[in-house]
Design a protein around this ligand. Structure first.
Ligand SMILES: C[S@@+](CC[C@H](N)C(=O)[O-])C[C@H]1O[C@@H](n2cnc3c(N)ncnc32)[C@H](O)[C@@H]1O
Length: 230
């Protein structure tokens, strides 16, 4: 197989002005755990959520959420691995979602929505995934963009409230370590390990693997009631 590197598309490793964990990480997470995020919901996310709810009611199966699913390759893979589950892939990019090219299966659905809205709507409706996959979220590596990372965002409490087994994958170790530290602030234990993607299950995973980059996986079980912050 011709790799991305052989094709001359060298894939750069994440470069950041942060040498280690962000200095304001713990204070930022603590502030978000004590506040309520009130950004108005967008009409298209409300519509996507309505569709998700109806589909989940129809299937009546346990649910897996694939956030930031891109082209939905991982959503298809999860649906194949878990035929008894209903799998929903969510991405805000209509362009990425229209690039989905996999044989149809009845147990997955791709939706265009912003996770900022979708996670809150799920929590409000009491719909909890058994498993929540966050594969290669945008790393936002500039130090000034901490609040755009999942764990530095005001949405972090909604992510925790969703519960389930959480799996994060990233090619930036600092991202995984910060996420782990943020969970620690919320009194939740997680593990970060290096892994080989064999086979890769997303477009970005394939790209990074072929470029020989290290891949990191964070795994934890989110409690059904989030514990008090430390
Ligand atoms: C680096 S790509 C990874 C895509 C896919 N998981 C993969 O590994 O190939 C990050 C994805 O997150 C999506 N995204 C970023 N912010 C989002 C948000 N707030 N809500 C939903 N999707 C978002 C982007 O559209 C993009 O498809």
């Amino acid at each position: 197989m011709t790799t991305a590197l052989e094709k001359g598309n060298s894939v750069r490793a994440v470069s950041s002005n942060q040498p280690g964990l962000h200095q304001k990480l713990e204070a930022t997470v603590r502030k978000h755990l004590q506040s309520h995020f009130q950004k108005p919901l967008t009409p298209h996310s409300k519509e996507a959520f309505k569709q998700a709810r109806q589909w989940l009611q129809l299937l009546d199966r346990p649910f897996i959420l694939d956030s930031f699913c891109g082209t939905g390759e991982s959503t298809h893979w999860l649906a194949t691995q878990h035929p008894g589950h209903a799998v929903i892939g969510v991405d805000k990019s209509a362009v990425r979602l229209t690039r989905h090219q996999f044989p149809h299966r009845d147990n997955y659905l791709l939706l265009r929505s912003d996770t900022d809205d979708f996670w809150r709507l799920l929590v409000e409706a009491g719909i909890r995934p058994d498993k929540h996959c966050i594969f290669y979220p945008n790393p936002w590596p500039k130090s000034e963009h901490l609040k755009r990372r999942c764990h530095g965002s005001p949405l972090f409490p909604s992510l925790l409230a969703l519960g389930g087994v959480l799996e994060l994958r990233t090619n930036w170790l600092i991202y995984a370590e910060e996420f782990c530290t943020a969970l620690g602030v919320a009194n939740i234990n997680a593990q970060v390990t290096e892994f080989s993607a064999n086979p890769p299950v997303t477009a970005f995973e394939r790209k990074y693997s072929e470029a020989g980059q290290s891949l990191w996986r964070l795994h934890c079980e989110l409690p059904s009631t989030p514990p008090a912050p430390l």
